[in-house]
Write a protein of this length. Structure first.
Length: 271
């Protein structure tokens, strides 16, 4: 294969969970642009977005199919896999994007020592157990074919603790802190990435993580100013910053890369 073809995904099937969320359409557009057919999944209660609908209209039903499944429900995942096979065949690519983020929300702040278990556990369960089950079901189909690339979406906060100064301008009592369950769950995702990579590498399936830093999307101006000043590249990420790294990990351009975390965070952790 010539180097001009190493990013080509033409004819490949990509599964993207959390397809209707903030980052979902970014992954979809990147994969579709490089030729993949995309089996998009989200929770039955998820609402479609303008950007997703635009992509579906642009590429049509032959390239994009939306299915609803709760990633905590294994039976639903098995049915989703069957639908994927019926529409596009056994997946070549899996983007584990679904999960619970915990942004600032009025009336939802707690002192660290007072965070109740019921606020801690959902993110941990969905972000870790849900991803684990999706990987088992769809990755299991990949290993039977002897090929595949799995990309787990991590986070900057999988590697470093949130800087509380980024949030101290938010008017709430107690002061908002980024909930610890989010970073803890994403750190677990990185470990699962390495775990699956070591077990499935000999079976032809690569498993890597992509960890975005702050991604532009509705944040208040003060947060954007603080985050940008804290980041060597001086800004938050935009869609184009994430698309290339994803396609790299999905394609044969990364054919000798597995078990790694690719940070896409503008140099945030360089100082």
């Amino acid at each position: 294969m010539g180097y001009d073809k190493i990013f080509d995904l033409t004819g490949q099937t990509a599964v993207v969970t959390g397809a209707l969320g903030k980052l979902g359409p970014i992954w979809l557009e990147a994969l579709l642009s490089f030729g993949a057919n995309v089996f998009a999944m989200d929770h039955p209660d998820a609402k479609s977005s303008k950007r997703f609908n635009s992509l579906k209209d642009e590429y049509g039903a032959k390239r994009v199919h939306l299915a609803y499944a709760d990633i905590m429900n294994r039976a639903a995942l098995v049915k989703a896999l069957d639908k994927c096979v019926d529409n596009f065949g056994i997946p070549h690519i899996l983007v584990n994007n679904a999960g619970i983020d915990l942004p600032p929300e009025p009336g939802a702040s707690y002192a660290l020592e007072d965070i109740p278990e019921e606020k801690f556990m959902p993110a941990l369960l969905v972000n870790v157990s849900g991803l684990f089950q999706v990987t088992q079901v769809f990755g299991g189909a990949m290993i039977k074919q002897g090929r595949g690339s799995i990309i787990n979406i991590g986070s900057l906060y999988a590697s470093v603790s949130p800087n509380k100064a980024l949030y101290d301008h938010i008017d709430c009592e107690p002061p908002f802190i980024k909930p610890p369950a989010y970073g803890a769950s994403k750190a677990a995702v990185l470990n699962l990435t390495r775990y699956f990579a070591t077990h499935w590498g000999s079976k032809g399936v690569r498993v890597n993580a992509l960890s975005p830093g702050g991604v532009l999307g509705g944040q208040d101006e003060e947060f954007k100013r603080k985050f940008s000043e804290r980041t060597p590249l001086g800004r938050l990420a935009v869609a184009e910053d994430l698309a290339g790294p994803l396609v790299f990990l999905a394609s044969s351009a990364s054919s000798y890369v597995t078990g790694v975390n690719l940070p896409v965070e503008g140099g945030y952790t360089a100082w």
